[in-house]
Write a protein that binds this ligand. Structure first.
Ligand code: PLP
Length: 282
């Protein structure tokens, strides 16, 4: 594949950065992931708005809106994703310096990298998965889409060790999110999800599902959700750009509802698919 690196388009295997890049030394950078359906980036403006916010929060300024739109467009075109589904990955680090010091110098040139990979999509209802509950060991700025993901990696490893694809995390007795997804609980026909603050990533799919729920007349409560309330749930699902709406049938020993995809989750999966068809003009 052809990747973008600091103004150049090059074969992936030839893309190289300095060992003094602060991304390599300190994970001093941020990233963004954008789904592409049949060659069209989905909810691009929202993903770019989150990218700009991440950059602002860590004090890096890079190019303008036109640059990022062109980058996304060229990435799709150069890699022949005109009719294909893909996931765009964009990363910005603070750049390379002559020596390793925690405090960055004033005039660094950010390193900008972007690539696209195939996205395996389901257009029907995904099977419910089993997940596990783990303590949220990550830092306190989860609202920044940082490339420093050691906490997330340790949690993913812990989940894989018990044979599940994704954990959900709790901090001080409250559910935050998954290391790569947001969570939604359903009780008595209403949705519950963690409020947007420094403890979660403001998921683009999360916000999209909230809007779809509002359109469908489903009440949504963005408020702290207690671990102690998990056994009383009717339904549970996760959201992310790569998984869209993923039903959950079981958390550890707790079977959610009857362990199947519930009616509210099923309605939101259908609404999500319908919104994708609208996006593609089908
Ligand atoms: N939460 C975390 C920690 C994530 O890394 C992600 C994305 O992978 C999400 C939530 C879901 O966000 P989005 O819906 O924007 O993909």
């Amino acid at each position: 594949s052809t990747v973008y690196l600091n103004g150049d388009w090059i074969a992936a295997e030839h893309a190289k950065v300095s060992v003094f890049d602060r991304g390599f030394l300190f994970a001093d950078g941020i990233y963004e992931v954008v789904p592409v359906y049949s060659g069209k980036p989905f909810l691009l403006e929202r993903h770019l708005a989150r990218l700009y916010r991440s950059l602002r929060e860590i004090g890096i300024s890079v190019a303008d809106d036109a640059f990022w739109h062109e980058l996304v467009h060229d990435l799709i075109k150069r890699n022949n994703y005109g009719d294909a589904n893909g996931l765009i990955y964009m990363q910005v680090t603070r750049g390379a310096e002559a020596s390793r010091t925690h405090l960055p110098g004033p005039d660094l040139k950010p390193t900008v990298f972007a690539t696209i990979n195939p996205l395996a999509l389901h257009w029907d209802q995904p099977a419910p998965v089993r997940i596990t509950l783990l303590e949220d060991i990550r830092w306190l700025r989860c609202d920044i889409k940082s490339i420093s993901l050691l906490g997330n990696i340790l949690l993913k490893q812990q989940a894989a060790a018990v044979g599940v694809i994704e954990p959900i995390l709790h901090r001080d007795g409250l559910i935050t999110e998954g290391p790569a997804s947001n969570f939604f609980a359903v009780r008595n026909g209403a949705l519950y999800t963690a409020p947007k603050n420094h403890l979660i990533l403001p998921g683009i799919s999360r916000d999209w599902v909230i809007e779809l729920a509002a359109e469908a007349g489903i009440p949504v409560h963005e408020e702290p959700f207690k671990v102690a309330d998990l056994p009383q749930l009717d339904e549970l699902f996760l959201t992310s750009s790569s998984r869209e709406v993923q039903p959950v049938g079981q958390i550890d020993d707790i079977i959610i509802g009857d362990g199947q995809c519930g009616p509210v989750t099923a309605a939101l999966i259908e609404a999500f698919h319908a919104s994708k068809r609208r996006h593609l003009g089908r």
